[in-house]
Design a protein around this ligand. Structure first.
Ligand SMILES: Cc1cc2nc3c(=O)[nH]c(=O)nc-3n(C[C@H](O)[C@H](O)[C@H](O)COP(=O)(O)OP(=O)(O)OC[C@H]3O[C@@H](n4cnc5c(N)ncnc54)[C@H](O)[C@@H]3O)c2cc1C
Ligand SMILES: *[C@@H]1O[C@H](CO)[C@@H](O)[C@H](O)[C@H]1NC(C)=O
Ligand SMILES: *[C@@H]1O[C@H](CO)[C@@H](O)[C@H](O)[C@H]1NC(C)=O
Ligand SMILES: *[C@@H]1O[C@H](CO)[C@@H](O)[C@H](O)[C@H]1NC(C)=O
Ligand SMILES: *[C@@H]1O[C@H](CO)[C@@H](O)[C@H](O)[C@H]1NC(C)=O
Ligand SMILES: *[C@@H]1O[C@H](CO)[C@@H](O)[C@H](O)[C@H]1NC(C)=O
Ligand SMILES: *[C@@H]1O[C@H](CO)[C@@H](O)[C@H](O)[C@H]1NC(C)=O
Ligand SMILES: *[C@@H]1O[C@H](CO)[C@@H](O)[C@H](O)[C@H]1NC(C)=O
Ligand SMILES: *[C@@H]1O[C@H](CO)[C@@H](O)[C@H](O)[C@H]1NC(C)=O
Length: 444
């Protein structure tokens, strides 16, 4: 036996382990699952390679096994657009106007647990006026050149320039998962607190009638059957200009060889994630520029906190417009299952599970102590990492045409791209962007 086996050579595979497809889709989250289902409708054979045991990416649904009541502690709601409605209709999953919870909001400093009697403005009218200058925001990252100087200002300077500092906290809160927003380029924040977000805030967002956002992903998995390789990862690849992609895939059922005409990358295209894909120098140059945030969701019980509340972390300090320092939990939220709360935790960089859990428990205990509640040891039911979250590049790279170069990768080397890094951290917009791309992929 040679020590080195060429994992891309079909001769090294049992024919049963060679999968032939029109499109290999990498990542079975929001964009990958949408692409898989819709490409099939367009007559394309697909295979999906997903690293986790389930589809759905940032969707986290918890089921209480004694009652079957489900709660969503990841993705909550969806842009109400015809694309979203059609997609849910495909699975027969009913949607309703999203109303959120009836929780009472309380602002507190999670470092001390003390309530804060501040009342940051939630009036985003002035912000909306600024967004309106950039009507392309929700449909592309291909920023018109030369890039408007305002978009490259750190958010803090932009807010000062337009007398919008009063709504810094509301913007921070809306830009879920984005750490230290005041230091980010304005465009990166506008991509999160975007026209779609404002539209959704006016009541134009959809929730699932069963409060079970994982349902479409369970149905998608059943529909895809053996064309979904879950718990799997690509270990090596070749991609040619002429529509020949070979992927060595490690699955729980052994090694497979995927031979496809094209590949659709939907995972965050960090250098680490893209390493197995036989990168050329231009791809490596682009993917090595990404920075990203840490973002975590934690589900707990035994919190000692009363149901019916959402605690929101804030800071008395006007210097940061009440935005708390990160890393920190941004909110502690009561769910419809009595006694169960979820926490969203933001960090400027990746953290260990242990450190996030410790910090979350401490924040809850600070509230217990400061508010004279019984001090308990909160019990962690679930922990999910959403890291790497919100890929971004420095302002200078954006000015120098990073996104235009990124977009020009589309279709080269039989490779296409979609997902949050290519459009926005919003399922409805990710689906809309993907929808626009699929005819090109199918006819490629
Ligand atoms: C806590 C939280 C709440 C959110 N709430 C909302 C909301 O309410 N509404 C909304 O519209 N958006 C929400 N979002 C935004 C969400 O990011 C986008 O809606 C959407 O999930 C982005 O889609 P995507 O396909 O790019 O990424 P994902 O959905 O994350 O899909 C990527 C998939 O690729 C897999 N993967 C990663 N690396 C590899 C690899 N190397 N090999 C194989 N597979 C891999 C992942 O496991 C994942 O399944 C939320 C995000 C988070 C984290
Ligand atoms: C919960 O749902 C499962 C599957 O949908 C079903 O088999 C089970 O009977 C349900 N249990 C309860 C308590 O409703
Ligand atoms: C979604 O938007 C459409 C079009 O505006 C509207 O008819 C519908 O009532 C909204 N909500 C739902 C749950 O479909
Ligand atoms: C700045 O905005 C505040 C309200 O947020 C307003 O009271 C004030 O008059 C504005 N200042 C200027 C110079 O427009
Ligand atoms: C959803 O809300 C919109 C207003 O935002 C309303 O016009 C519509 O009738 C509602 N649809 C349903 C199905 O409740
Ligand atoms: C596609 O590439 C693989 C790996 O390089 C090779 O084995 C195969 O013969 C190629 N197929 C075609 C049709 O070019
Ligand atoms: C918390 O959940 C665990 C695991 O389900 C359970 O054993 C424990 O009794 C729960 N604690 C409380 C206070 O609900
Ligand atoms: C609030 O801001 C001050 C000063 O910037 C800082 O020392 C403190 O840690 C902050 N507290 C929180 C909860 O972010
Ligand atoms: C959806 O994408 C199309 C391009 O495919 C774009 O024209 C449209 O503005 C996008 N819709 C939204 C809501 O951004």
């Amino acid at each position: 036996m040679p020590a080195f086996r060429n994992v891309l050579d079909p001769k090294n595979y049992d024919p049963a382990d060679i999968i032939v497809a029109d499109v290999a889709i990498i990542g079975g989250g929001s964009s990958g699952t949408y692409a898989a289902i819709n490409l099939r409708e367009m007559g394309q054979n697909v295979v999906v390679v997903e690293k986790k045991k389930h589809l759905g990416g940032h969707t986290n649904t918890y089921r209480d096994h004694s009652t079957n009541v489900t709660i969503d502690y990841g993705v909550q709601a969806f842009l109400n657009s015809s694309i979203t409605r059609d997609y849910f209709a495909h699975f027969g999953v009913p949607v309703v106007n999203y109303t959120g919870s009836n929780n009472i909001f309380l602002l507190a400093d999670f470092n001390t647990g003390k309530p804060l009697t501040i009342n940051p403005s939630r009036d985003l009218t002035g912000w909306a006026t600024q967004l309106a200058k950039y009507p392309w925001l929700d449909s592309t990252w291909n920023v018109p050149q030369p890039v408007a100087a305002d978009l490259l200002l750190p958010l803090r300077d932009f807010l000062t320039k337009y007398n919008l500092s009063d709504v810094a906290f509301a913007i921070y809160f809306g830009a879920q998962g984005l750490s230290n927003p005041l230091q980010q380029s304005t465009i990166d924040v506008m991509k999160m607190v975007d026209p779609a977000y404002l539209f959704e805030m006016t009541g134009s967002s959809l929730g699932t009638a069963h409060q079970n956002n994982a349902e479409i992903y369970l149905k998608a998995l059943a529909e895809l059957g053996s064309n979904a390789l879950i718990h799997s990862g690509v270990t090596a690849a070749t991609r040619t200009e002429k529509g020949n992609v070979s992927l060595a895939v490690k699955t729980r059922k052994g090694a497979k060889l995927v031979q496809a005409s094209k590949v659709l990358i939907t995972i965050p295209p960090t250098l680490e994630n893209m390493k197995p894909f036989d990168l050329n120098p231009e791809e490596r140059r682009l993917f090595s520029q990404w920075d990203y945030k840490g973002y975590y969701t934690v589900l707990l019980n035994n919190t000692g906190l009363p149901s019916g509340y959402q605690w929101i972390n804030a800071n008395y300090s006007a210097v940061t417009y009440n935005i708390p320092q990160q890393p920190s939990a941004s909110q502690i939220t009561s769910t419809r299952i009595p006694g169960i709360f979820y926490v969203w935790y933001r960090s400027p960089s990746e953290m260990t599970r242990e450190d996030v859990e410790k910090a979350v428990i401490l924040a809850i205990q600070n509230i217990q102590t400061a508010q004279n509640l019984t001090v308990t040891t909160p019990h962690i039911l679930k922990f999910k990492s959403h890291t790497p979250f919100k890929l971004s590049v420095p302002a200078q790279a954006i000015r120098d045409g990073f996104y235009s170069n990124l977009y020009s990768l589309q279709g080269k080397r039989s490779t296409w791209y979609t997902g949050a890094a290519f459009i926005a951290h919003n399922s409805g917009l990710v689906w809309n962007f993907t929808h626009g791309l699929l005819p090109q992929i199918a006819s490629d």
